[in-house]
Design a protein around this ligand. Sequence first.
Ligand code: FO1
Length: 311
Amino acid sequence: MTVVALSGGVGGAKLALGLYRALPAGALRLIVNTGDDFDHLGLRICPDLDTALYTLGDLESPEQGWGRRDETWTMMRVTQSLGGETWFRLGDADTALHVYRTQRLRAGDRLTSVIADLAHRFGVEAAILPMTDDQVATRVATDEGELAFQEYFVRRRCEPVLQAIRFDGADRARPTPDVVAALSDPALEAIVLCPSNPYLSIDPLLAIPELRAALEQRRVPLVALSPLIGRAAVKGPTAKIMAELGVESSAAAIAAHYAGLIDALVVDTVDAADAARLPIPTFSTQTLMKTLDDRLRLAQFMLACVRKLSR
Ligand code: FO1
């Protein structure tokens, strides 16, 4: 039995960890957004992939969710003293991973095989799959002009008013053979949309034509977990972005955003009444993931919902 989950960064990785712990070794195939990836200080940075690697490898920084725990910051401190850029915080151990990956990519290795080797090194018994090995770059149109994703998200802390989002290269990008294989695996029993920001982190995945088509041609249920609890996002700028996009920050808006794609939506109990009125099956439970047990329980709940839909 296998399960495919689609994820972006920190929020999605929480559910991914729950699924990882809930499933047998090797059963989870995590398809991860690469639209946030960028070249910085001469290094190829892949934030959502690294958050997945560190989180499933039990190496992530619990305070931040991204980067590594027990980090040291000599490289950043000396970079600062040299007048280099330090707005994107790179710890020393994290930087070693970026140097290693950049070297491998420059040698011609596919991102997918570099990530697979790193997952193996970190003892991760799940497939962590870049959505594509091609170049896709999320770019954000704002009242200050168009910004590259990390410029907007980290350097400007999402302060500019967001007007539109585009995924440069997505229309030409191909899903990797590993992603296509995971979605056509006869042992596949469920597809889960993790609670990453739909507009910034899940949409890049859905913008790759053959990936979206593979999802639409699925023979198993596809269930999404809403990233909102009530009118607020659990973490990050989702509610602000939805307001700026003119979208009501509600479970109904999430269901509408994924309309035609998902078979069911899981919402928090505070949204159960709203969700009951939605045109698709909905399930409600406590969706705030504070502890590891929260992550495991929510993952088990999502898989139980899939079983109900599969009957
Ligand atoms: N996010 C921040 O808000 N500030 C940072 O300095 C930062 C550094 C960073 C370094 C490596 C990495 O893998 C992720 C990092 N992130 C940082 C998070 C990252 O920008 C976001 O997690 C994703 O791009 C959005 O999901």
